[in-house]
Design a protein around this ligand. Structure first.
Ligand SMILES: Nc1ncnc2c1ncn2[C@@H]1O[C@H](COP(=O)(O)OP(=O)(O)OP(=O)(O)O)[C@@H](O)[C@H]1O
Ligand SMILES: [Mg+2]
Length: 402
């Protein structure tokens, strides 16, 4: 063996560690591997074997059962719950389809609706029902590859982390793309300058939404390290649920409805608000979504602003509701917490005026309950074992005088 060839075997070809720095260097035909890399490969292979065994088959989802599960966590939004349940059931039918003659097309879901009406909550709850990895990605934080910010592969990487590195599991997970309306192209004309935040991002998302094989660094690996092990993740069975408020889209719908009315003798009531239920794909394109993006979300459904009555239910009825959470906190000091009906109604009506849906309930409750939480120890020492929140205590938050 020539000197040159011998020196080639002085280091591991996988991690570059010198022969003297490892216990054993195994030399093969033109390649060398150290004992540490052999161990690592062993671990990776056993993880892969376990992963295949652990993946739960999601067969035969009954949309009715899923809808009933959603009912426990999400108030109202009947239409969205039914549409989403059917879409999810069909998605898993498609994944499990063994019939090669009929290939079912992928149908990602788009949820439209004002802020705080339950879009993210719906997607999260579906993932909880299915027990699949779930990740939320803010579309506004994504940039085209090459720009500063997350690129689309980061989404897959996040999902892989949510699946604890289990590729098989990640490949059946759900990615919630939040705020997709914010990556709408600005204006209808195509801009000459490159649109980093809008159209470019939509373009970048097309491939992974439709289904492609992404190469991402293994979970936990440093992205910057060129030696990091890369893993292939197929996105074709990942369900994408997109959400967006699409502020102003009602005007687009209205304009189209009015436009099509001209000359056809159709009576369009111009002073009536456009209904999101009448949304057509073209409206989304007019809004600034590129047609290819819209085409990949064939199922869409609109959510409605919550009514005052529904906001009261959000406070009291859902599993893990805010009030149940505060009651738990009070109970830690042996104090019970109760609310008058009037008080709940008043909190809901105040929250409603803020126009941020159920999101403002938390702030309203916090403001009302702060003086009491501050005084819980005092209440306890004075044997006050119940706090009843009246409408007056919501209007003028103050501790109970002892
Ligand atoms: N329909 C609902 N039923 C029960 N809770 C709700 C509902 N809508 C919203 N909430 C509660 O309000 C909070 C915000 O909801 P969520 O994150 O789903 O809003 P969103 O529609 O995604 O809003 P955004 O457009 O701002 O992201 C959550 O804590 C959620 O629990
Ligand atoms: Mg959201």
């Amino acid at each position: 063996m020539s000197d040159k060839l011998t020196s080639q075997y002085e280091k591991c070809d996988f991690c570059n560690k010198a022969k003297n720095d490892v216990k054993k260097l195994i030399v093969g035909d033109n390649v060398a591997i150290c004992n540490e890399c052999v161990d690592l490969c062993g671990e990776l292979l056993s993880e892969l074997a376990n992963a295949t065994i652990n993946v739960k088959e999601i067969n035969d989802i009954d949309p009715v059962e899923l809808k009933e599960f959603l009912d426990k966590y999400v108030i109202g939004q009947e239409n969205a719950k039914i549409t989403l349940s059917v879409a999810v059931a069909n998605h898993y039918k498609r994944i499990n389809n063994k019939n090669s003659d009929i290939e079912l097309e992928k149908a990602n879901v788009l949820l439209l609706g004002p802020t705080g009406c339950g879009k993210t909550l719906l997607a999260k709850t579906v993932a909880r029902f299915l027990d699949v990895p779930f990740t939320i990605a803010d579309a506004t934080s994504i940039t085209e590859a090459g720009y500063v910010g997350d690129d689309v592969e980061t989404l897959i990487n996040k999902l892989l982390s949510a699946a604890n590195g289990d590729v098989e599991k990640a490949q059946r997970g759900i990615i919630f793309l939040d705020e997709v309306d914010k990556i709408a192209r600005k204006g209808e004309s195509t801009s000459i300058t490159r649109d980093v935040s809008g159209e470019g991002v939509q373009q970048a998302l097309l491939k992974i939404v439709e289904g492609t094989v992404c190469r991402v660094p293994a979970a936990g690996a440093n992205r910057k390290n060129p030696q990091a092990e890369m893993i292939e993740v197929d996105t074709s069975n990942i369900l994408f649920i997109a959400g967006g408020a699409f502020v102003g889209i009602d005007a687009v719908i209205k304009r189209r409805a009015e436009g099509s009315g001209i000359g056809f003798g159709v009576d369009v009531k111009t002073n009536k608000d456009a209904d999101l239920k009448d949304l057509e794909p073209d409206d989304l394109v007019k809004y600034g979504m590129i047609p290819e993006f819209v085409g990949r979300f064939p199922t869409w459904v609109s959510l409605t602003e919550l009514t005052e009555e529904q906001l009261v239910y959000v406070l009291t009825e859902v599993k893990n509701s805010l009030i149940k959470q505060y009651q738990f906190l009070f109970n830690q000091d042996n104090v019970d917490l109760e609310f008058d009906k009037d008080a709940l109604q008043y909190i809901a009506s105040r929250a409603k005026t803020r126009k941020t849906g159920a999101r403002s309930l938390h702030a309203e409750l916090e403001k009302t309950l702060l003086p009491h939480m501050y005084s819980l120890k005092e209440y306890k020492n004075n044997k006050l074992d119940k706090v009843k929140i009246t409408k007056d205590l919501v209007e003028n938050p103050q501790k109970i005088a002892i």
